[in-house]
Design a protein around this ligand. Sequence first.
Ligand code: HEC
Length: 165
Amino acid sequence: MKSNIILLLLFVTFGANADDQRVSLPGNYKESFVEYLSLDRVQNHDQFIRLFANDTAMAGKNTKGEFLNGSVLVAEVYSVQKNEDGTVKKSVLNRRIKDKLLLIAIMEKQANFAKTSTSKINTGNWDFGAYKPNGKAASKDLDACRACHTPLLESDFVFSGEHLP
Ligand code: HEC
C-alpha cells in the first residue's frame, strides 16, 4: 500500500513533467514581438490575457489561411482585481482590471511538429508550452491545451487569428 502511494507520488512528480516540453519560452518576446490583442478571457470569467506575435506570425498567412512555419504566439495570462465580496471588479469601461501574471502560454509552429508529436490530439504543426512568470516550466498537461484548440481546424488551431494579418 505504502509503496503504491510512493509510486503514485513519483508519477505525479515526474509523469507530468513539462521540463522537456519542446516549445521554449522566447525570452525576448516583450521587446521583439508585437502585442496584437489584450482582452478579458473569453472562457475564464476571472482572467485577462495579453497576446504577442513574432515577426513570422505577423508576416501574414499562406493562401490556405494557415500561419507560416516559425510562427510563435505568446499569451500572458493574468488574474484580475476582485471586489471585497469576491466578484470581479470592472473598470469604467466595463472591463476587467489585470492583476498578477499567472502563466505564459505559448504556441509555436514548425514544419516537423505534426510528424514528431507524441500526442494523439491533432493541432497540426503547432505545439504548446507553458511557463511560470519566473521562466521555469509550469508543468501543465499540454494535452489539455491541445484538446481545447483542436476543434479550430478552420482557423489553423488559433482562436485570435482574425486579429493577426
Ligand atoms: C478551455 C479552452 C482552452 C485551453 C484549455 C487552453 N486554451 Fe489557449 N486559448 C483559448 C482561447 C479561448 C483563447 C483566446 C483568448 C482567450 O480568450 O483566452 C486562447 C488563446 C491562446 C493563445 C493565443 C493564440 C490563439 O489561439 O488565439 C495561445 C498561445 C494559447 N491559447 C496557448 C495555450 C496553452 C499553452 C494552453 C495550455 C497550457 C492553452 N492555450 C489552453 C482556449 C484555451
